[in-house]
Design a protein around this ligand. Structure first.
Ligand SMILES: C[S@@+](CC[C@H](N)C(=O)[O-])C[C@H]1O[C@@H](n2cnc3c(N)ncnc32)[C@H](O)[C@@H]1O
Length: 221
């Protein structure tokens, strides 16, 4: 996907909102990754447990000063839905991106049943869901998800397409993914039934065949 215009140097990656982990495999690639996040507890966990960042900045992506630095890849995974000023952050990404570089954006799709419920329910419900349904250890504690959700209008498939068109970026790939795992727990079957019913009663307006979106934007040369 990435054009290696300059194979003599490492691919430079900005992980914008790096949190405590990433699930990306880049074996065999010569790369350097700098993580930025405002949650010191999450970043400290990342630095002491995962140890997979070459450089880290604890700070707000909307304010951090990266000077003239530009990147081949900006990886922004499940962050935009938490940001007040998501469009301003996307504009910063455009400035940080080398010509030919890509931004990978992952968001929970607000046009999925999961996204709809995430938007309509309070934060305490998200904490309960992480603890009880996802069985996420320490959910809601400092440095651990879930984080409060804002979901500005640009944080959607159409919003990101529109932003790309206005800022000279090309949507080069997009995928839907995720969903309740096919475990045989009663609660999982109940959730699958519920999301299927919401999708059906919305006449397909809200999808239940995926929960998350990955959109890849390219800055042309
Ligand atoms: C749901 S977590 C995602 C973490 C990681 N990217 C992942 O996919 O697992 C959201 C992260 O975005 C960070 N974040 C939210 N707003 C931010 C901002 N304005 N500047 C920097 N980080 C921010 C939070 O601190 C948190 O670590």
């Amino acid at each position: 996907m990435l054009e290696r215009r300059n194979p003599d140097r490492a691919v430079e990656i900005l992980e914008a909102g790096c949190g405590s982990r990433w699930d990306v495999q880049l074996d065999g690639l010569d790369y350097r990754v700098i993580g930025v996040d405002l949650d010191a507890a999450a970043v400290n966990a990342r630095m002491t447990v995962r140890k997979d960042l070459h450089e880290v900045i604890i700070g707000d992506l909307l304010k951090v000063d990266l000077g003239e630095r530009q990147f081949d890849i900006i990886f922004n995974s499940f962050v935009l839905e938490h940001v007040i000023g998501a469009e301003a952050l996307l504009r910063r990404f455009v400035g940080w991106l080398r010509p030919g570089g890509i931004v990978l954006i992952r968001i929970p799709d607000p046009d999925s049943v999961k996204g709809l419920i995430t938007k309509l329910t309070p934060h305490w419900f998200h904490v309960w869901y992480y603890r009880v349904v996802l069985r996420y250890p320490g959910a809601g504690e400092p440095g651990k998800p879930p984080y409060p959700t804002i979901y500005e209008p640009v944080v959607s498939r159409t919003g990101i397409h529109d932003f790309a068109a206005r800022h000279g970026l090309v949507v080069s790939e997009e995928f839907g993914s995720g969903g309740i795992k096919k475990r045989d727990r009663l609660i999982d079957r109940a959730i699958n039934l519920f999301t299927g019913l919401v999708s059906a009663f919305s006449f397909g307006r809200y999808s239940d065949d995926h929960t998350d979106l990955l959109i890849v934007l390219r800055r042309p040369h």
